[in-house]
Design a protein around this ligand. Structure first.
Ligand code: DMJ
Length: 668
C-alpha cells in the first residue's frame, strides 16, 4: 500500500472522529492550533511530515493544559490541510493552513465557533516566525470569517460583507461542489480497492459512545513511545534494553541482529495507522532483512516461524506487498532442513550458516517440543496457499499425519516427542509452556481454512475434552477454575501466565460452535479462566500477574516461588479478555484491560520504553531492562483492539497466529 492510501485511511479515521464527536481539530505544528484547542473537549492534531519538533512542542503544551485525550496523526508533509479539507465540511480551510500556522483558526472554523476563530486569528502569542505570519494572515481573513462560518451553518445569504463577500460565498459553494465530487470519486476508488483486497483493511470506527476512544488512543501513543525508543537506541537489533538504552537479544534469535522488533511490530503499526513508523519498518525490512546475511548461531525454528514468518505473512495479507511474501518464503526455505529429520518431526534449532538442525539438549533426551513442532501449520499452509508451492504444506502434513497416528495416553498429548523413534518422551502435560500453541493451532487451522480442515477440529475437541477430565481443577474456597500441570501421575497445582491464553481459545471455539450446549459450556469455561487469570493480576502489587501462580492450602492464584514472580510483558491474559470482550460485550473486560494500561504506565514504563519486572509483588519494582518484541506484536495490539470497534480485525475474517499476526480466513 502506498503512502497516499495510508494518508487517506488516516483521514477517514479522523473524519469519522470529528463528525461523530463534533470535536475540535488542531492543525499542528501551530501556535494558533493551541489557541484553537483551548475550548475543545477532544482535541486532534494533524501535522506535516517534517515539522516533528514543533509538532512535539504543541503536543507537550496540550498535555500540560490537561488535554489528555489527544489523538495525533503525523501525516506526509502538506497532507494535513488537504486531508481535512477533503474530509470535513466541504468548505475549504482557505487553503493556506498547510503552509501557514492557521491551525487554531482552522480548528475553530471546523468547530463552527466564530468567536473562538476570531481569538485564534488575533492570537498574539504566536512564538515562531511562521506563527506571527499566521497571525497576520488570520487577521486579514477575519472579516471574511463570518461568511465562512455562516456558510457552514447554511446561512449563506445574510452577512455583512456585501457583494464582495457574495462572490466569496459563491466561491466557497463552488469549492464545496467540487469537494463533493472528489469525495464521491475517492469513495468509489476505495470501494473498488476493497473488492480487490479481501478482507477489508481494518480501520477503527471512532466514536463508540464510551471512553474507549481515549483509551485506544492512549495505547497508540504508548506504542509510538516504545517504538520511537527502539528506533532511537536499538534500530536493527532484535529488542531494546529500555534502561541501558541499547540493543538486546535473546538466545532464540541466535547471535545475529535480525530486527525482530521491527518485523513483530509491523502489522500493529499498520493497524494503528502509525504511518511513518510503519514505513520505516517497511523500508528496513526491504533493505536489510536477509537471514542468510544476518543470522548467526542457532536460531529457534518455532520463534522464527511465529514472529518473522508470521509477521511478514500478515504484512502481506494486510497490504498485498509482494516484498513481504518473498522475504517470508526465503526464511521458510532456510528453516526446511529442520523438518527433514528422519520421520519429519521438526527439530527446535537451526544454524542458517551450516544448515544443520538439532534439538535442545535439556529436553527429555533431545526430544522435540509439542508447542514448537505443533505450531508451524498456520504459516506453512498459508505460504503454500500464496505461493502455489506445496512443499511447505506437505512438510506439515507429514507431522500432522504422524501425530494423528500416535496413541495418546488418556487422550492427552505429552510435551516431549522423540524425533528419532517417534515415541513420546517424559509424560508431562500442560496447557501452558511447551504445549499451549499446539492446541491453539488445531483450532485455528480449522478456522483459517474456512472450517474446511475438520480433522484438526476433531483432534482439538478430543484433546480439550481429555484435558478437562484430567487437568481442570477448582480452587477452594474461591472456586477458581484452572488447568494444572501433570508430571506423570503427579498433579502440580500451578497455572502459567502462558496458559491463560486458553480462555481466548475457548471463547473463539464457542463463538464458532454450532452446538448450543457445547458453545455455552466453552464460553463459560472461557469466562472462568478469564476470571482466574484476573485474580492473579488483582492479587499482585502492581496490578499485573506473575509468570506462574499456584493453588495451595494457603494461596489461590498467587506465585509462591521467587522464580515465578516476574512479568515480561506477556500478552496472554489481555488476549483472553480481548476475545471475551468481543463475544460477550461485558464492559468489565475493557475495564480490566484499562487497569493493565495504567499499571504499565505506572510500573513498567521507563525512560526509553517499557521493561519487564522481576517481582510483581514488590513496589517499587525492579526492572529487567528488556522490551520484548511481543510487546508490539501482541500486548499493544490486543490492548488497542479491545478498545476498537469489532470491525477492526473482524474475527470472522481474520485468525491471529500465536504471535497475534493476523491471517485472512480463506473461504474458498
Ligand atoms: C509469544 O511469543 C507467543 O504468544 C508464544 O506462543 C508464546 N508466548 C509468547 C509471549 O508470551
Amino acid at each position: 500500500m502506498d503512502s497516499s492510501t495510508i494518508d487517506q485511511m488516516v483521514s477517514v479515521e479522523m473524519a469519522l472522529a470529528l463528525r461523530q464527536k463534533q470535536a475540535s481539530y488542531v492543525d499542528a505544528p501551530v501556535s494558533g492550533g493551541v489557541v484553537g484547542a483551548q475550548n475543545a473537549t477532544l482535541t486532534f492534531m494533524v501535522g506535516g511530515g517534517d515539522e516533528q519538533p514543533v509538532f512535539d512542542r504543541a503536543h507537550t503544551f496540550l498535555s500540560k493544559m490537561g488535554k489528555n485525550i489527544v489523538n495525533w496523526w503525523k501525516v506526509g508533509n502538506g497532507q494535513a490541510a488537504k486531508i481535512c479539507n477533503n474530509m470535513m465540511l466541504g468548505i475549504s480551510m482557505i487553503g493556506v493552513s498547510e503552509t501557514m500556522n492557521l491551525g487554531g483558526f482552522g480548528s475553530a472554523l471546523m468547530a463552527k465557533d466564530l468567536s473562538l476563530a476570531q481569538n485564534a486569528a488575533t492570537d498574539t502569542h504566536a512564538p515562531t516566525p511562521l506563527g506571527s505570519m499566521a497571525h497576520q494572515i488570520c487577521k486579514s481573513f477575519s472579516s471574511r470569517l463570518r461568511v465562512a462560518v455562516a456558510h457552514s451553518h447554511g446561512e449563506v445569504h445574510d452577512h455583512e460583507d456585501g457583494d464582495k463577500s457574495h462572490v466569496h460565498v459563491r466561491d466557497l459553494e463552488e469549492r464545496r461542489r467540487h469537494q463533493v465530487e472528489r469525495d464521491k470519486s475517492f469513495l468509489r476508488a476505495r470501494a473498488e480497492n476493497e473488492v480487490q483486497m479481501p478482507p477489508p483493511i481494518p480501520k477503527p470506527d471512532i466514536g463508540a459512545g464510551d471512553d474507549a476512544d481515549g483509551r485506544r488512543i492512549t495505547v497508540k501513543q504508548m506504542t509510538k513511545f516504545a517504538w520511537d525508543s527502539y528506533k532511537k537506541y536499538a534500530w536493527g537489533s532484535n529488542e531494546l534494553k529500555p534502561i541501558s538504552k541499547k540493543g538486546h537479544s535473546a538466545s532464540i534469535f541466535g547471535s545475529g541482529d535480525l530486527g525482530a522488533t521491527i518485523v513483530d511490530a509491523l502489522d500493529t503499526l499498520y493497524i494503528m495507522g502509525l504511518k511513518e513508523e510503519y514505513e520505516d519498518a517497511h523500508k528496513w525490512i526491504e533493505m536489510n532483512l536477509d537471514f542468510k546475511r544476518l543470522a548467526r548461531g542457532d536460531i529457534s525454528v518455532f520463534e522464527t516461524n511465529i514472529r518473522f514468518v508470521g509477521g511478514l505473512l500478515s504484512g502481506y495479507a494486510l497490504t498485498r506487498d509482494e516484498m513481504y511474501l518473498k522475504k517470508a518464503t526465503s526464511i521458510v526455505d532456510l528453516l526446511l532442513p529442520a523438518l527433514t529429520h528422519q520421520l519429519g518431526i521438526p527439530l527446535a534449532l537451526i544454524n542458517i550458516v551450516s544448515g544443520k538442525a538439532k534439538n535442545y539438549g535439556w529436553a527429555s533426551g533431545g526430544a522435540s517440543i509439542l508447542s514448537e513442532f505443533g505450531s508451524l501449520e498456520l504459516e506453512f499452509d498459508y505460504l503454500s496457499n500464496l505461493t502455489g508451492n506445496d512443499i511447505y504444506r506437505n512438510k506439515i502434513k507429514t507431522v500432522r499425519d504422524f501425530l494423528t497416528s500416535l496413541e495418546k495416553p488418556d487422550g492427552l498429548y505429552p510435551i516431549y516427542l522423540n524425533p528419532n523413534n517417534g515415541k513420546w518422551g517424559q509424560r508431562e502435560y500442560s496447557i501452558g509452556a511447551m504445549a499451549d500453541s499446539f492446541y491453539e493451532y488445531l483450532l485455528k487451522q480449522y478456522l483459517v481454512t474456512g472450517k474446511k480442515d475438520t480433522r484438526t477440529k476433531k483432534e482439538y475437541n478430543e484433546a480439550i475434552e481429555a484435558m478437562e477430565k484430567k487437568m481442570l481443577f477448582s480452587s477452594s474456597p474461591s472456586n477458581l477454575k484452572y488447568f494444572a500441570n501433570l508430571k506423570g501421575s503427579r498433579v502440580e497445582h500451578k497455572m502459567e501466565h502462558l496458559g491463560c491464553f486458553c480462555g481466548g481459545m475457548f471463547a473463539l471455539d464457542a463463538f464458532n460452535e454450532p452446538n448450543a450446549t457445547r458453545a455455552r459450556h466453552y464460553m463459560d469455561l472461557a469466562k472462568d479462566i478469564g476470571h482466574t487469570c484476573h485474580e492473579s493480576y488483582r492479587k499482585s502489587a502492581i496490578g499485573i500477574g506473575p509468570e506462574a501462580f499456584r493453588f495451595t492450602n494457603d494461596v489461590e492464584a498467587v506465585a509462591v516461588s521467587s522464580q515465578e514472580k516476574y512479568y515480561i510483558l506477556r500478552p496472554e491474559v489481555v488476549e483472553t479478555w480481548f476475545y471475551l470482550w468481543r463475544f460477550t460485550k461485558d464492559q468489565k473486560y475493557r475495564d480490566w484491560a484499562w487497569d493493565v494500561v495504567q499499571a504499565l504506565e505506572k510500573h513498567l514504563k521507563v525512560e526509553a520504553g517499557y521493561s519487564g519486572v522481576k517481582d510483581v509483588y514488590q513496589v517499587p519494582v525492579t526492572h529487567d531492562d528488556t522490551q520484548q518484541s511481543f510487546l508490539f506484536a501482541e500486548l499493544f495490539k490486543y490492548l488497542y483492539l479491545i478498545f476498537s470497534e469489532d470491525s477492526v480485525m473482524d474475527l470472522t475474517q481474520w485468525v491471529f497466529n500465536t504471535e497475534a499476526h493476523p491471517f485472512p480466513v480463506r473461504n474458498s
